[in-house]
Design a protein around this ligand. Structure first.
Ligand code: R5P
Length: 319
């Protein structure tokens, strides 16, 4: 393919984009992604992208300016006559708000995706989406999705020395736990069911475990750690039920509020995350609990290369 490849990024994913560019042996695209004095997002692409194959990398965790940066970069590339624009969104925010589960609430996932989907980009590359049906909101863009398991399974294989069981931290995570268990050569997995109080807080006493964790290491797999309320409550319930070491594997680490303190005060041995959301290394090393961050850059770089070369991305998931 003759089209030049250009990779730009917003502030949420500058480091990750640098890693991806290094692996692709290209220089990161030149763009100013800053703020006006009043705080509004200010974007300018600082090099020629006419006819180029443009990739824009930005995760969209809060603040909402991360969405705006991704959208405005796409709009700028489109207005500058890029030939094709692919949004690469390692973590897609607002994706848990995917249904009208109470009266008078918006389906926020649809609103935020619509913003991105109408900025002139042709394709989107997503990573471990919380709500897969919301991919349809990106139409008519071409949508690809990669999975965290591709990055975490080789690492987990190194952890799983003693007898272990894979666990889903909640009802919705069943299919993910089943996949991880299969990839780790296990026939079965364990389910943790929880009920939340009106405040959203999880009562350990309300957790029911379907399956046996006694005398085994437990490997919880989840897509997101936000406040760490889910995994901490589940780890306490697992310990009470006689589990040995407790590992948590989650693709997207938001680590909001008291998450670090909660994990430190819990029976969790190690938390394995990826860098779809950036954290300072010092932040990850500060506490008792071991936090291991795996880079998704090699996988993203390979997917970007394949999209650029017109090769299959789904074969990358299956291989
Ligand atoms: C829920 O459906 C998700 O998969 C995560 O389990 C949840 O978002 C984690 O949130 P928190 O860490 O605040 O409990």
């Amino acid at each position: 393919m003759d089209r030049r490849i250009k990779v730009f990024s917003g502030n949420a994913s500058n480091l990750l984009a640098e890693e991806v560019c290094k692996l692709l042996s290209i220089k990161p695209g030149l763009a100013e992604v800053g703020r006006f004095k009043d705080g509004e997002v200010r974007v300018q692409i600082k090099e020629d992208v006419r006819g180029a194959d443009v990739f824009i990398i930005n995760s969209t965790e809060p603040p909402a300016e991360n969405f705006i940066e991704a959208g405005l970069l796409a709009e700028a590339a489109c207005g500058a006559s890029a030939d094709r624009i692919t949004l690469v969104i390692p973590y897609l925010g607002y994706n848990r708000q995917d249904r009208k589960d109470r009266p008078r609430v918006p389906i926020s996932a649809s609103v935020m995706i619509n913003f991105l989907a109408n900025r002139g980009a042709n394709r989107v590359l997503l990573f471990d989406l919380h709500s897969e049906p919301t991919m349809g909101y990106f139409k008519p863009m071409v949508v690809d999705q990669l999975y965290g398991s591709k990055v975490s399974i080789p690492y987990i294989k190194g952890l799983a020395k003693n007898p272990f069981v894979v666990a889903s931290p909640d009802k919705g995570g069943g299919p993910r736990a089943e996949t991880y268990a299969r990839l780790l050569g296990q026939e079965d997995f364990v389910f943790f069911f929880k009920s939340r109080k009106g405040t959203g807080e999880i009562k350990v006493e309300s957790i029911k475990i379907v399956g046996n964790v006694e005398g085994k290491d437990v490997i919880f797999v989840d897509d997101i750690i936000d406040t760490a309320g889910t995994i901490v409550a589940d780890s306490l319930a697992a310990k009470t039920a006689g589990a040995n070491n407790i590992y948590v594997v989650a693709t997207h680490a938001l680590f909001s509020g008291e998450a670090f303190k909660r994990m430190d005060d819990s029976p969790i041995t190690e938390v394995v995350i990826t860098n779809t959301i950036s954290h300072k290394p010092s932040e990850l090393k500060a506490g008792r609990v071991l936090i291991t961050s795996l880079s998704v850059a090699p996988l993203l770089a390979e997917a970007v290369r394949r999209i650029h070369e017109g090769e299959s991305v789904s074969s990358l998931i299956l291989s």
